[in-house]
Design a protein around this ligand. Structure first.
Ligand SMILES: Cc1cc2nc3c(=O)[nH]c(=O)nc-3n(C[C@H](O)[C@H](O)[C@H](O)COP(=O)(O)OP(=O)(O)OC[C@H]3O[C@@H](n4cnc5c(N)ncnc54)[C@H](O)[C@@H]3O)c2cc1C
Length: 425
């Protein structure tokens, strides 16, 4: 089995970028070169604000280059549940932001001609149990009546063969607003767009220290320093000790993926008919889709406590894939990989500014392929004081989660999983 991700193996040319050496100055220094950090830099440069990114590995090597590429509308849980938590006006704004996020990505891709196979073919949310269809139907009705959103269609079990060749699911719902793309190629294209706009990205340059002095912030890497007016932390599920408050406010959850070898085109088009991004209502969900080279990319939960467990998890995921599509028995799984998805306690992404002036955006709870580009833009707008009045995703203060020991962390994650299930159902 090849160790690298299928996206890395099938990506466009990846530019090598230098690591930071010596002192350099800019307006805004950004830690983290995933979609959030790249988009923040892109939108700052658009406003002629000079941005420098320091990235621990290479641009897009965190979750942004490893994900399923399912660019989905909405959030974890239904908008009706969010209305109950946040009120109608906030829920409406949240929904609009989720639609805006996909439009923003589409605009950037078109403007910079990013070759990332972006397709607006909708997503199919597949019902694992018959009872789950009731929730999907209720949601369709709610979205039309309250959110004035009419792009959702219910697929009954008997009609499922027009979408997928499987008897594993009980039907589902399509949301035509969603899309999918090659996640790493989008990140690489966005990184090049940042540079076209005059931004700078230093790779293999982990931020190891942050200091504030006389109105300036200095970010130190092993061989250099960036001195800036403002700081953005965009490290999401990979947050480390460079900022303990942010590290303690994000819950990193492992997700894993496997990919088949390229399938005969007719087989790929038979298992998933309309090239949608698919995810399901299962307790520990599966998400999967075709790729432009006719593979099946299939993802699921990656919780494991040891390397051996990790190996079993990939095996279990493969077995899961065969339960959904038994016709793929004998097809070779060519790649397996995983990464960290950032969650928050409230299961909603957070953006804002810490007391010391640090800007942040993270915790997309598995919906960041869409939302993180918009968060980068909103962070840029926050820094330049533009248009963020009443944004329901802005928070005044981060409340770190007290996961002190390994055990407490494990217990916390288990409780969290329960909460996650409650939010989804
Ligand atoms: C396997 C998998 C499947 C997923 N599938 C989907 C999906 O289908 N749809 C969806 O919407 N979402 C999905 N997600 C989530 C999605 O990928 C993320 O929400 C999104 O990529 C977040 O982008 P980001 O820039 O905030 O974080 P990341 O892309 O993780 O970027 C954070 C960056 O910070 C860097 N960093 C960390 N610490 C430092 C430091 N000290 N100094 C410098 N750099 C540092 C890291 O190296 C990393 O590159 C998936 C995630 C995974 C792992």
């Amino acid at each position: 089995m090849k160790p690298l991700s299928m996206w890395e193996a099938t990506s466009n040319h990846r530019k090598d970028r230098p690591h930071l050496q010596g002192d350099t100055h800019c307006d805004v220094v950004i830690i983290g070169g995933g979609y959030t950090g790249l988009s923040a830099a892109y939108h700052l440069q658009k406003k002629n604000v000079k941005a420098i990114i320091v990235e621990k590995w290479q641009a897009g090597q965190g979750a942004s280059g490893r994900n399923g590429g399912e660019v989905l509308t909405g959030y974890i849980g239904s908008m009706e549940a969010w209305e109950k938590k946040k009120g109608l006006e906030s829920a409406k704004m949240m929904w609009q932001l989720s639609l805006d996020s996909i439009h923003l990505i589409e605009d950037i891709i078109n403007k910079h001609q990013i070759r990332c196979d972006f397709k607006r073919n909708g997503d199919l949310f597949a019902a694992y149990k018959p009872g789950h269809m009731d929730a999907l139907k209720r949601d369709q009705e709610y979205m039309a009546r309250v959110m004035n959103y009419h792009d959702i269609k219910i697929v009954e079990k008997e009609d499922l063969p027009s979408e997928m060749n499987t008897s594993f699911y009980q039907g589902g719902r399509i949301d035509y607003g969603s899309a999918h793309f090659h996640p790493l190629n989008y990140a690489l294209g966005l990184a090049e767009a940042v540079e076209e706009m005059g931004g700078i990205i230093y790779e293999n340059s982990p931020a190891i220290k942050i200091e504030r002095n006389s109105g300036k912030v200095t970010v130190t890497t092993p061989e250099g320093r960036v001195i800036a007016d403002e700081l953005v932390i965009a490290t999401n599920g990979y947050a480390d000790d460079v900022n303990p408050t942010i590290k303690k406010s994000v819950i990193p959850i492992e997700s894993i993926m496997i990919s088949t070898e390229p399938l005969p085109e007719e087989l790929a088009e038979d298992i998933i008919k309309n090239d949608r991004a698919i995810h399901d209502t299962k307790r520990l969900l599966y998400y999967f889709r075709r790729t432009s080279d006719h593979r099946l990319a299939f993802g699921g939960s990656g919780r494991a406590s040891s390397k051996r467990d990790q190996k079993n998890l990939f095996h279990q995921l493969h077995q899961g894939m065969l339960k959904v599509f038994p016709q793929l028995k004998g097809v070779r799984v060519e790649y397996q990989w995983g990464g960290k998805v950032g969650f928050t306690k409230e299961m909603i992404p957070y953006m804002g500014r810490l007391e010391d002036g640090t800007y942040f955006g993270f915790g997309y709870c598995g919906h960041g392929a869409a939302m993180s580009s918009l968060f980068g833009k909103m962070i840029a707008d926050h820094i330049t004081n533009e248009g963020l009045e009443d944004n329901p995703l802005m928070i005044d203060q981060l409340k770190p989660i007290p996961f002190h020991s390994h055990h407490a962390k494990a217990v916390g994650i288990l409780k969290f999983y329960k909460k996650l299930q409650d939010a989804i159902s």
